[in-house]
Design a protein around this ligand. Structure first.
Ligand SMILES: C[S@@+](CC[C@H](N)C(=O)[O-])C[C@H]1O[C@@H](n2cnc3c(N)ncnc32)[C@H](O)[C@@H]1O
Length: 388
């Protein structure tokens, strides 16, 4: 018996995209029609959380017999087995890169040391199982204050032939990816971007819609750690939801890609040579800025209704610095992520609550292990009454 998400036929493709990006799709089991054929049953992996976030929380979960995938193309692990034999696959059972991230036509994965000697077989089997992938990049973790992932090309498909990459060879890594139907230009070797945060962004969009309904107008959104702008993709592409945006980041490469995205999404005029912060068109500010200096850069203060703080290590440091941006005469929302010690969630929640009026709704929701002693949490702060 296996958990399956029960999804109306019209929502199936979007749901598959989100589950695949998050690594929550059950492997080796088939998506199949429910007995009444009104819905489809999508198998969930053991990594999927028991309480799924929006928009997946709209769909019921049913525990039912899984139907084993009998697809013509074998799985990458099956291909690996054919190459190196079952005993070796079994010996390193815990070290194989069972999950990977797909960004455009690139695959990003981690190679653990015990299986490094099988890198070429990993590349060939992953490429064979994923025929649309052009480039495989090894992820050696995020580095520096720009939080860019240290990515190294390790395998390429050229003219239909798969080959390992010679150390130091460069390949194009600027690609277009899609989230909820919105196209996002990104280059994960130059600026932080992860498909895994898609459900966080969808949750932010749900909060934004509720806030806009409460206030009764389009909202002003400040995203001072915006990267290439994926959170904004879910907001500015919804008609009437957003009145003004502030999108800034410390990384000039992120801002070049962000400006390209904003030009496509809202027709913002932009100049790839200019990355300094400016109001490109009425109500649209973007540019390079250290969030520490944001209040001194001539952008409106006491004006924004939704503040996004996506810098998990420094959320608590930046929160008080950025609060003056918010229009405290109206309801407002802060959304973000933070890292905190396993036993510290209640303390962190209490620390945050000191900055907000009584009655504010403060949710610190642990979403995944960050390290053996810390958790990565999703944060939502809703304030209804004005700050004193
Ligand atoms: C975890 S990434 C999030 C990017 C983006 N919001 C997303 O979800 O893809 C954090 C971003 O904060 C930026 N950053 C780090 N320190 C900063 C600072 N002091 N001021 C502004 N941006 C900063 C990094 O360059 C990076 O793009």
């Amino acid at each position: 018996m296996h958990p399956h998400l029960v999804v109306p036929n019209s929502e199936v493709q979007n749901t598959i995209d989100i589950l695949t990006a998050e690594g929550w799709m059950g492997e080796n089991l088939r998506i199949h029609a429910s007995p009444d054929r009104e819905t489809r049953l999508i198998p969930l992996s053991i990594q999927a959380p028991q309480a799924l976030p929006p928009p997946l929380d709209e769909f019921p979960i049913t525990i039912t017999l899984g139907i084993v995938e009998d697809r013509k193309r074998p799985s990458w692990l099956q291909l690996l087995r054919d190459m190196i034999g079952e005993p070796l696959v079994e010996k390193h059972r815990k070290s194989w890169p069972s999950s990977h991230e797909l960004v455009g036509d690139m695959m990003i994965l981690k190679v653990e040391e015990p299986v490094r000697e099988f890198q070429s077989q990993i590349i060939r089997s992953k490429m064979a199982a994923n025929p649309n992938i052009r480039l495989i990049l090894e992820d050696r973790g995020v580095k520096g204050e720009h939080r860019v992932r240290d990515l190294h090309p390790i395998g390429v498909r050229e003219n239909g032939k798969v080959a390992p990459v010679l150390e130091g060879t460069k390949y194009p890594t600027k690609v277009v990816t899609k989230e909820s139907g919105h196209q996002i230009v990104c280059d994960p070797t130059l600026a932080y971007y992860s498909t895994r945060l898609q459900t966080e962004r969808i949750t932010t969009a749900v909060e934004a819609r509720k806030l806009s309904e409460t206030i009764g107008t389009g909202i002003n959104v400040a995203d001072p750690f915006c990267g290439v702008g994926p959170a904004l993709a879910h907001l500015v592409n919804t008609h009437g939801l957003v009145s003004s945006i502030l999108a800034s980041d410390l990384n000039p490469e992120a801002i070049k890609l962000l400006n390209e995205n904003l030009s496509k999404w809202i027709g913002m005029p932009s100049d790839p040579e200019i990355t300094g912060i400016r109001e490109w068109k009425k109500g649209v500010w973007s540019g390079v800025a250290n969030a520490e200096d944001l209040l001194e850069l001539g952008i409106p203060i006491g004006f924004w209704n939704l503040l996004i703080i996506n810098l998990p290590h420094k959320f608590i440091d930046f929160l008080p610095l950025l609060l003056p941006l918010l229009d405290s005469s109206k309801p407002f929302v802060v959304r973000g992520r933070l890292v905190c010690g396993n036993g510290e969630i209640e303390d962190v929640r209490s620390l945050i609550s000191d900055y907000f009026p009584n009655g504010s709704d403060i949710v610190v929701d642990p979403r995944s292990e960050y390290s053996p002693n810390t958790k990565l949490c999703s944060v939502t702060i809703r304030t209804f009454a004005p700050i004193e």
